[in-house]
Ligand binder design. Structure first.
Ligand SMILES: *Cc1c(COP(=O)(O)O)cnc(C)c1O
Length: 329
């Protein structure tokens, strides 16, 4: 299989660790954590794997500036900006909403990286996509060579990062003699889950893959995942068949909205911190773990089963939410 080329960024493989204290606190199932918060570049996280493909593509096309977008506490923008800088590229990012009063968390890192920020002053995410295109046009007219990384990094090219992660995890699981029943993760723009599902079809499945949506409705996630998984597999030279059973997305953990902490998410963050000394974030991984805990409590994931939880990163976002320490104590 020949994959599109990669610009090396990540410290791979990331650790796959036995979370025995968390397992005990929940009275089973056996939980392992795949530490993709430790992908090791620009504060890590899941976006780094896809960026290896985007940056290689941008350089192959002789781009001189990356254009992307998301929200003010976006891990995606921070990771994309770090990757752009080490590759010698400029970076412009379109953000929904207006500039927050305080420059915290990921936004602080974006400032350090010298990201040119453009705020849409609107909550409408679709507007971000339109402005990414407009920004690229404007840069082209100014003689620049822009390369667009889609919002959230979700496309078939970016999803290849998680196709390859399945291979990486497969080797680790085999060496550990572990056969997981489930792989659970937080799902946002859907590229990660799509890559995992494609990887599970191409290599061997790391259990049933369950995404806990933190922003989009389930139907939208399923549609996006199906399309991106199929296209990612095709880029990797495979044709895959997907059944509705392959694409499992749960909601019920978004709370009032994307990026707004929930009590269950905060409870999950505390539990993981106090059992494993490991940090989750309120936007993604905390809600994802709340979803896993919910499945366990509902008896849909049994005490005798084995679960890999994918830690997709996002720790810098913690520092933009000091209220979570006051609210749940
Ligand atoms: C982006 C992100 C996700 C979701 O990944 P998608 O590919 O957008 O679904 C999960 N966790 C963290 C920390 C993220 O930054």
């Amino acid at each position: 299989m020949t994959l599109p080329s990669r610009y090396p960024l990540g410290q791979l493989p990331t650790p796959l660790i036995e979370a025995s204290r968390l397992t005990r606190a929940l009275r089973g199932p056996r939980i392992l954590i795949k530490r993709d918060d430790l992908t090791g570049f620009g504060f890590g996280g899941n976006k780094v794997r896809g960026l290896e493909f985007y940056i290689a593509d941008a350089l192959a096309r002789n781009a001189d500036v990356i254009v992307t977008g998301a929200g003010p506490q976006s891990n995606h923008i921070r990771a994309t900006a770090s990757a752009a800088r080490v590759a010698g590229l400029d970076i412009v990012a379109v953000m929904h909403e207006s500039r927050p009063e305080e420059t915290q968390g990921n936004l602080l890192l974006d400032e350090l990286l010298g990201v040119e920020l453009r705020f849409t002053d609107s909550p409408d995410r679709a507007l971000v996509d339109a402005q990414i295109e407009e920004t690229a046009d404007e840069l082209r007219r100014a003689g620049r060579r822009p390369y667009i990384v889609p919002r959230g990094g979700a496309s078939s090219l970016g999803a290849l990062g998680y196709v390859e992660c399945v291979r990486e995890m497969g080797a680790q699981l085999e060496a550990m003699g572990v056969r997981p029943d489930w792989l659970v993760l937080a799902t946002g723009s859907c590229g990660t889950q799509a890559g995992l599902i494609a990887g599970a079809k191409i290599y061997s499945a790391p259990g049933r893959i369950l995404g806990v949506t933190v922003s989009r409705p389930v139907s939208e996630c399923v549609e996006r995942i199906e399309r991106i998984a199929r296209e990612a597999a095709a880029l990797a030279g495979h044709k895959i068949d997907l059944s509705p059973d392959d694409i499992l997305v749960h909601d019920g953990y978004i709370g009032p909205g994307y990026g707004i902490p929930t009590p269950e998410g905060i409870e999950a963050i505390r539990l993981v911190a106090r059992t494993e000394g490991t940090f989750f974030d309120p936007t993604y991984t905390g809600k994802g773990m709340a979803g896993l805990i919910g499945e366990i409590r509902a008896g849909r994931i049994g005490a005798g089963e084995t679960v890999v939880f994918l830690h997709t990163g996002g720790e810098p976002g913690l520092f933009a939410h000091p209220e979570i320490v006051a609210s749940a104590e």
